[in-house]
Design a protein around this ligand. Structure first.
Ligand code: NAD
Length: 284
């Protein structure tokens, strides 16, 4: 029960990583304010919880909604101990030479401005709370190209820098700020914005589950619980000396090119060694 007596606010808590985290914090004793735009799933979470979970509608693209969420959590419980800035979606899919200003802004508001104001409006309720901390969701997409569309990757890289700046700004209040960079995690994020019939979405999820099981050195698919556990660690007393940093939880997907960890992947050096061998045989 690492979070007994603590108040935890989670955005994007109706699905995937946020949902699993809400359950984990509630199981471990916290009063959880779970928020999302999917009110039906939010109500289900509230009704089926093992501990105390209170659902509130909050579109993180709206700073008014974010403020209302933080104010409610703070005023009902006397203060906030943990904020998990998690809500997100894939955002605009266009490349930089095709993206429109409104789509760029929509993606930045959802993925970067929401985190900034999730911090901004929670801090008044976190001052004076021992061990208070933020955990912000970035992504392996912040490492570089190849993991997501451009605007998403840029926003997630921004979350890393925001995390450092906020950790510096809030050190005076004893508030820690950290980020998590999930790898390929089996959630609805890959299918929720697809404009295809529901049954095809179910098939697409099956394909994604299959792909994710061998996409990285750890030989299984990433699960929401993998990220929820990392979030709980960063928010707990065990991470009391950890601030301004990011924890990559990706089964090793970012450690290097596939040929460095996959024995079955074609290797450049194998081809060169074969040429060398052939040359030796020709000489002898
Ligand atoms: N799944 C992955 O592989 C992966 C990898 C790296 C980072 N992430 C990040 O993890 C976070 C959680 O994503 P997930 O994978 O659990 O996806 P998910 O689709 O399962 O859950 C995202 C939740 O956010 C909610 N949401 C979307 N727009 C919102 C808005 N404007 N306001 C409030 N809530 C909103 C959705 O309704 C949904 O419940 C996101 O920030 C995502 O970018 C996911």
């Amino acid at each position: 029960m690492r979070f007994s007596g603590k108040t935890v606010v989670i955005t994007g808590a109706a699905s995937g990583i946020g949902l699993e985290s809400a359950r984990l914090f509630a199981r471990e004793g916290a009063t959880v304010y779970a928020s999302d735009i999917n009110d039906a799933a939010g109500a289900e979470l509230e009704a089926s919880s093992e501990g105390v979970i209170r659902y509130q509608h909050c579109d993180v693209s709206s700073t008014d909604d974010i403020k209302a969420l933080m104010d409610r959590a703070g005023s009902e419980t006397g203060g906030i101990d943990v904020v998990f800035n998690n809500a997100g979606a894939g955002g605009a899919r266009e490349k930089i030479h095709e993206i429109e200003p409104a789509d760029w802004d929509r993606t930045m508001d959802l993925l970067l401005r929401a985190v900034a104001f999730g911090i901004r409006y929670a801090v008044p309720h976190m001052k004076g709370r021992p061990g208070a901390s933020f955990v912000n969701v970035s992504s392996v997409a912040a490492v570089g190209p190849g993991y997501s569309p451009t605007a998403y990757a840029v926003a997630k890289a921004g979350v890393l820098h925001l995390t450092k700046m906020a950790a510096a700004d809030l050190a005076q209040f004893g508030i820690r700020v950290n980020a998590i960079q999930p790898g390929f995690i089996n959630t609805n994020i890959f299918t929720s914005s697809l404009e295809i019939p529901e049954e095809q979405k179910a098939m697409a999820k099956g394909v994604i589950a299959q792909m994710s099981s061998n996409a990285q050195p750890v030989k299984r698919g990433g699960q929401p619980a993998d990220i929820a556990e990392a979030c709980a660690y960063l928010a707990s007393e065990a991470a009391g000396f950890v601030t301004g940093t990011s924890l990559i939880v990706d089964g090793g997907i970012t450690i290097g090119p596939r040929e460095s960890w996959d024995e079955d992947s074609p290797r450049m050096f194998d081809a060169l060694e074969k040429m060398e061998e052939a040359a030796k045989q020709a000489d002898s």
